[in-house]
Ligand binder design. Structure first.
Ligand SMILES: Nc1nc2c(c(=O)[nH]1)N=C([C@H](O)[C@H](O)COP(=O)(O)OP(=O)(O)OP(=O)(O)O)CN2
Ligand code: ZN
Length: 124
């Protein structure tokens, strides 16, 4: 099994409803995003997938949330833009854009700070 990791980032504002603490208030983060891909085999170039293609797909999707107020986006109208929900959202969006019969987005980790992250990943 092969695994790739691409690190990217976005900046956005959010607040957490039903959270009784300072994160109820509007504030922002520079989120670091780790994208993990897995494949059993390689393509004819010996790659899981071109890093450039992964970065390009990620840029397209992250540009929709970069420098936004996450709570106002359709994806987060009915669920808090917590790091957990952002990780699942990006897992689903990037999976739809990248997965093929050989390659799978296997994990997304989003880091709100140097010390705190949340991940969504394929079980098993
Ligand atoms: N499991 C989660 N916990 C928290 C999330 C989250 O997305 N998932 N988010 C927050 C807030 O977004 C908040 O901005 C971060 O809070 P916190 O780490 O407590 O605050 P600081 O970055 O200021 O760090 P300190 O060093 O503790 O001051 C909260 N929790
Ligand atoms: Zn926050």
């Amino acid at each position: 099994m092969y695994e790739l990791k691409v690190i990217t980032q976005f900046a956005a504002a959010h607040r957490l409803d039903n959270f009784y603490g300072k994160c109820e208030a509007l504030h922002g983060h520079n989120w670091k995003v780790e994208i993990f891909l897995r494949a059993d085999g390689l393509d004819e170039a010996g790659l899981v997938m071109d890093f450039g293609k992964i970065k390009s797909r990620a840029h397209e999707i992250l540009s929709e949330i970069d420098h936004t107020f996450l709570n106002e986006l359709p994806a987060f109208k009915t669920q808090n833009p917590s790091s957990e929900n952002i990780a699942r959202y990006l897992f689903e969006r990037l999976g739809a854009a990248i997965n093929n019969d050989r390659v799978t987005v296997s994990r997304i980790s989003v880091w709100e700070s140097d010390n705190t992250s949340a991940s969504y990943f394929l079980a098993g």
